[in-house]
Design a protein around this ligand. Structure first.
Ligand code: B12
Length: 816
């Protein structure tokens, strides 16, 4: 008889996963710094024993000891040996264990250990191929599935899933690691991950590691609310504490199975343990699950698109899609595209989001540009500064595929239509990468003149999509707005189509609203009325110009009138910001003459840095310097306040690490211009006239913007600065101070967690270089802190550092 596959099993049964591997390896003598994956070949019996213990405890599935097995850490041959041995070790355990339950072996895949570009230096395709290689080896040596785990970045998760799919034909399970704020390190919410991973075709998804079961439950509940595939929960045994030199976890086996058991009752289908859990935990869990009836997995009919941070879930209020990133009729945008000026697109993106767009349409189609390259570039660059989802808009399937592949999230796909050729080209792409399709109700015979005709095409598209496994919730029909200038019933037919598609097919609809007024004067009057009529018929989303006050007025008042804006809060907020003038004046740019330069977005240096716009920051700084602004004044009144604002937003979780990184890059671009403005002037003349100063950011800390400013200013004032860089170990700093007999050392630390490294450095300086004075600085330091760690001086900013250095310089001269 054919053995049941793991995906068949989880359809009707609760599956028990294993517990921690790391904890067990340490118990068996793995030393700090030793690579656990090597134990597959060096100690196969121990690894098999660990797996066997989990099977004996009741696990149905164990993950191989291959968390960090990838080609960044191991050579080709060794990697293959490790994966082969790892699968064999687990497979042997299935044979050795006498436990009666069904058993499977998953190839375990952890993060690569590097951040993906643009935040790090690992290229997306490089990441895909390294995961694909690992998955291929897993399949070759007999794993039953690929289990991707502990991913804390959505983009790397996508690369891993694509890699697993392209490198093997095995089922793919995915669990992510969440912080206490319920988000991934790079900011994704659970529902953003559900949208993306279901789109990519993962067979089971959920959460592992992170926190204890209770703290993780709200994240799991969000998965259960949105996911239509089986949900996994594999938490830690609480938080680790060190007791008598040993790491212990604060949630015991009983409490663990109690808490996870509650979530099984709420619908979790696969449950196990992560860090700190042992076979005892799994035994308790298996017993709990044995008494529970699996909760039926319901297909949720949420239409969701996502960016890297969150998902937009289509609900009753229509979703607004910003139309302005489209060169049609825009001279300035065409020029920007031809000259490769992505700043234009970024400004439009940021501006439309600020104006209230929920999704941004991105179209860069111009005959003279390479759309495949440019569309992907625009999508990636936009995603580094805006977190809302994008609608990828192109008629070129190759450009569509390339952009969707690189997109971080689940995009809207604009568009497919009822023509055979279009469906044949677009559906396979949508199926592979996921996405919500905008489907136009036209086919080889054109656009039907009646609503019933358009409904028929919608039905045809729906049936064809189903053959690819694309579900109704992932299709939004655009029944096409035609101009009333040439056909008196044009608007009526479109409106009737919206109603029919909604009531007969139960599908969502989208509309490019402004076409309705083509050829007419004062188009915004017609557009906004038509928009209101369409919303009243149940329109789900609209492609509009969010800068148009008339359209936004229609939208906000519709929401308030339709009972979709409790207490009219959104309406009041919107109305308060409107200029007190008669409608349709200056601010209204939706005239139908779609050209119109740049509407909003970052135009000053502070906003450019806050929004992470690198090129813009550089050019604005250059312009300021050219106007004669003092470089140091630019730092103090523009760059630092901008970074402070980003820091505040980061702390209050308005922005996440990706934006922090992009802002840091933008600040650096500005700083580069300032440095070159200063070079050749006073710096060169003054250089080396005063004493030596060694400067460094302490061990564990990679913040160096502030330290670089201090260095720049010290050099500007004639000091001979030796910059050791960032993340510098105490020993290296001490050696440098000793070797050049520096009378002054400057240390920078920006995090509370790295102040101890500063203290240790000072301690070693006192021991090995007692003559050297130490001045400390950085955002977290205070005079009090500086005193408590034994520094000679705390300097609030670069200028104060220079003054102190001057006093040391005079002293040094006196001693000489
Ligand atoms: C930019 C930035 C980053 C960039 C750094 C890029 C780079 N090359 O420096 C990136 C994105 C890489 C980053 C990473 C992280 N960051 Co950060 N980051 C910031 C941010 C927004 C600005 C820092 C900055 O450059 N300020 C501008 C400069 C000019 O100010 P400054 O450094 O204070 O320097 C002035 C003075 O302090 C003084 N000074 C500075 N150095 C020295 C040295 C000497 C010798 C002297 C005398 C004076 C002196 O003079 C300078 C000029 O006036 C701050 C928030 C903030 N407002 O500080 C968070 C912040 C420092 N980061 C923070 C965190 C938590 C992180 C991460 C852990 C995030 C993560 N989850 O990964 C990582 C840390 C990685 C690591 N191991 O170090 C926290 C620290 C919290 C804390 N209290 O411990 C902060 C405060 C944000 C927050 N509010 O939560 N970060």
């Amino acid at each position: 008889m054919r053995r049941m596959t793991v995906t068949e099993y989880i359809r009707n049964n609760i599956l028990i996963l294993d517990g921690a591997m790391g904890t067990q390896l340490h118990r068996n003598g793995l030393k700090p710094g030793e690579l656990p994956e090597k134990w597959n070949t060096e100690h196969p019996d121990i690894i098999t024993g660990i797996h066997r213990d989990y099977f004996d405890a009741g696990a149905n599935l164990v993950c191989t000891n291959t968390f960090g097995a990838n080609s960044l850490k191991f050579g080709k041959e060794e990697l293959e040996e490790i994966i082969k041995a790892a699968v064999e070790n687990a497979r042997r355990a299935t044979e050795q264990s006498g436990a009666p339950q069904e058993k499977w072996v998953a190839l375990d895949v952890g993060p690569s250990g590097r951040m993906l570009a643009p935040y790090g230096d690992l290229d997306f395709e490089e990441a895909v191929s390294l995961f694909s290689e690992v998955a291929g080896l897993g399949e070759r040596y007999g794993a039953d599935l690929i289990y991707i785990e502990t991913m804390n970045d959505s983009y790397e998760t996508k690369a891993a899933v694509l890699g697993a799919r392209e490198g093997s034909s095995l089922p793919v399970f995915v669990t992510n690691a969440y912080g206490e704020d319920g988000k991934l390190m790079t900011g994704a919410s659970p529902r953003a991950m559900v949208a993306m991973l279901e789109g990519l075709g993962a067979d089971a998804i959920g959460v592992n590691c992170s926190l204890g079961p209770k703290a993780l439950s709200p994240v799991v509940e969000e998965y259960l609310a949105y996911a239509s595939v089986p949900v996994i929960m594999k938490p830690n045994a609480g938080l680790p504490k060190v007791e008598n030199g040993e790491t212990v976890y604060d949630v015991g086996p009983e409490e663990f199975s109690e808490e996870v058991g509650k979530m099984i009752k709420k619908g979790v289908r696969l449950a196990g343990g992560c860090c700190g859990t042992t076979p005892e935990y799994i035994k308790g869990l298996a017993a709990k699950a044995a008494g529970a009836r699996p909760v039926r997995i319901k297909a949720k009919n949420h239409t969701m698109v996502s960016g890297y941070a969150d998902a937009v879930v289509f609900g009753e209020a229509p979703v607004l899609i910003g139309e302005r990133i489209n060169p049609t009729g825009k001279k300035a945008f065409k020029e920007a595209l031809r000259s490769g000026d992505t700043g234009y697109i970024l400004r439009e993106g940021i501006g439309q989001k600020e104006k209230g767009a929920h999704i941004l349409d991105v179209n860069v189609g111009l005959p003279e540009i390479d759309e495949k390259t440019e569309l992907t570039r625009a999508v990636c660059e936009l995603q580094s500064v805006v977190d809302i989802p994008l609608q990828i808009d192109t008629s070129d399937p190759a450009a569509m595929e390339n952009a969707l592949r690189r997109y971080n999230g689940k995009a809207m796909i604009n568009s497919v239509n009822g023509k055979r050729e279009s469906m044949d080209r677009i559906f396979p792409i949508a199926k592979k990468y996921g996405g919500v399709l905008v489907a136009l109700t036209l086919d080889e015979s054109g656009i039907p003149e009646t609503a019933v005709g358009r409904l028929a095409i919608a039905r045809k598209i729906l049936n064809e999509a189903a053959r690819y496994g694309i579900r109704k919730k992932d299709i939004v029909f655009d029944p096409l707005a035609l101009t009333i200038g040439t056909g008196k019933d044009a608007a009526k037919v479109t409106l009737d189509s919206i109603s029919l598609i909604k009531t007969v097919l139960g599908c969502r609809t989208s509309l490019g609203v402004s076409n309705v007024s083509f050829g007419l004067p004062r188009r915004e009057i017609i557009n906004s009325s038509f928009f209101t009529m369409a919303m009243a018929r149940g329109l789900s989303c609209a492609i509009i110009n969010p800068y148009s006050d008339d359209m936004m007025k229609a939208y906000m008042s519709f929401k308030a009138l339709a009972g979709l804006d409790g207490n009219c809060t959104d309406y009041i907020g919107f109305a308060e910001k409107l200029p007190q003038t008669v409608s349709g004046t200056a601010a209204s740019s939706a005239t139908g003459k779609t050209d119109g330069g740049i509407s909003a977005g970052a135009t000053d240096l502070v906003s450019a840095i806050v929004n992470g716009m690198k090129d813009e920051s550089g050019s604005l700084t250059a312009a300021m310097l050219q106007e004669g602004r003092d470089p140091l004044e630019v730092i103090n009144s523009e760059v630092i306040p901008a970074l402070d604002e980003v820091g505040r937003k980061y702390e209050s979780k308005i922005v996440y690490l990706p934006q922090l990184l992009m802002s840091a890059e933008a600040a650096k671009a500005s700083f580069t211009k300032i440095r070159s403005a200063l070079a050749g002037s006073s710096v060169e003349q003054a250089k080396g006239k005063k004493c030596k100063v060694v400067i460094a950011t302490v061990h564990g800390d990679i913040h160096d913007i502030g330290k670089n400013i201090v260095k720049l200013l010290l050099e500007n004032y004639g000091f001979d600065v030796m910059d050791l860089g960032k993340d510098v170990p105490p020993e290296v700093i001490v050696d440098s101070v000793v070797s050049c007999k520096a009378p002054l050392l400057g240390l920078s630390a920006l995090m509370t967690t790295t102040v101890p490294a500063m203290e240790e450095t000072i301690r070693q300086i006192r021991e090995h270089a007692p003559w050297c004075r130490v001045v400390v600085g950085g955002a977290v330091l205070t005079q009090e802190y500086a005193d408590s760690i034994g520094a000679d001086r705390y300097a609030r900013d670069a200028m104060e550092t220079v003054r102190y250095a001057d006093s040391i310089n005079s002293e040094t001269k006196k001693t000489i």
